[in-house]
Design a protein around this ligand. Sequence first.
Ligand SMILES: [Zn+2]
Length: 148
Amino acid sequence: MPRFVDTSPPGVCIFCRIARGELPAARVFEDDLTMAFMDIGQVNPGHVLVATKRHAATLFDITPEEGAAVMRTVQRVAAAIGDTFDPPGLTLLQANGKEGDQTVFHFHMHVLPRHADDGVGLSWPRKESGMEALHAYALKLAGALRAE
Ligand SMILES: [Zn+2]
């Protein structure tokens, strides 16, 4: 199946339209900041998306309160998926930017029940950089965090 990419401008993207009730969705839950609905492309039965209600494209655009609210909803939905579908595993996936495999540019997290040999794959080309490089990366990041 070809990969769906939403090219709508911000504010009229498909998740904004779902938030406003302009597009149908199989809704699971909502609170002041978040909404949860079934992914139209169910990778496995019980596959849910948790999104911010407000349009924010990526992790870099949501507030800390929205981030906390999304994770709170994700935990509740994951527990409900466990109770309802009883999958032996569960994967959370949150993508940012085209190069990060984001296809709908409105912040969301996949809550995906997992089963053995379900065909889900993530290429993870691990590279051993060595401790010297790791310490250099850590020093740069720690400096950026201190500068905030
Ligand atoms: Zn949107």
